[in-house]
Design a protein around this ligand. Structure first.
Ligand SMILES: [Mg+2]
Length: 262
């Protein structure tokens, strides 16, 4: 006798990538079948990445290569979260962005206004930037002193540092906060609610009907808890049962792997 699996319990699914769907270049066994099962049941699925360096098309291509055919629009990273916030709050603002060319191109491509004159800068955005120089920092500093809004893509240390001489996004924020006596007002990436809001906008279902699935307590699970939604911790990534036992952050579900998502 075969039993039919119960229908998915949630209306939308938000998956972390590394440690949850794949480990490096290897798919977590059963992840493709799990995503296929959810999609077959008409449950929309999005994937979150906190890394600002790769465009989301690269993550979509990687997922597709590994057996989970995914359009770029179903990948949400801190850049998408930033743009979601900007569309809601500062759609026409003059932006000064400390970031790499790919980010500037993406913002311009989405219709945002990048400006170069100090008087025109209404919003300063700090992002990871391997081409950071004094001129960029100084312009950001001047604009903040004049009262520009202060936003960032990532506030934690997840931005990769390829050599010690290059500050990550958190380093840029710290420098600008110290020199301008301003505080960053919004950080778009995990564990901020803004990346969840961008994900939910893509899913098209109410936030409270979504399940957040990830391997990190401090980002994936804490973010879902703060937003008041159900969370599932998978044990295929960085978190051990021992670490979970002593953590203040507790998920709704603890799963051996993504294949067990309810
Ligand atoms: Mg992860």
């Amino acid at each position: 006798m075969t039993s039919t699996p119960p229908p998915p319990r949630y209306d939308g699914y938000i998956f972390d990538l590394d440690g949850t769907i794949y480990l490096g270049e290897r798919l977590i066994p059963g992840a493709a079948a799990t995503v296929a099962r959810l999609r077959a049941a008409q449950r929309p699925v999005v994937f979150l990445s906190n890394k600002p360096l790769e465009p989301r098309a690269s993550y979509a291509a990687k997922l597709t290569r590994l057996g989970i055919a995914t359009p770029a629009e179903d990948v949400i990273n801190s850049t998408q979260a930033l743009m979601h916030y900007l569309r809601d709050h500062h759609p026409q603002a003059g932006l000064w962005v400390i970031g790499e060319q790919a980010l500037l191109d993406e913002l311009r491509g989405e219709g945002f206004r990048l400006v170069t004159r100090l008087e025109e800068i209404e919003v300063v955005v700090a992002a990871f930037d391997r081409t950071l120089d004094y001129a960029k920092l100084n312009m950001a500093h001047q604009a903040l002193v004049r009262g520009a809004r202060f936003l960032a893509t990532n506030g934690d240390r997840t931005c990769p540092m390829e050599d010690g001489a290059i500050p990550d996004c958190a380093g840029v924020i710290a420098f600008l906060e110290a020199t301008s006596e301003r505080r960053v007002e919004m950080v778009a990436g995990k564990p901020s609610r803004h990346i969840l809001e961008a994900a939910v906008a893509r899913l098209g279902v109410p936030l409270e009907r979504c399940l957040m699935v990830g391997d990190r307590l401090a980002t994936d699970i804490a973010m879902g808890r703060a937003a008041g939604i159900a969370t599932a911790l998978v044990l295929t990534g960085v978190t051990s049962r021992e670490a979970l036992a002593t953590s203040d952050v507790q998920p709704t579900y603890v799963l051996e792997s993504v294949t067990e998502v309810p």
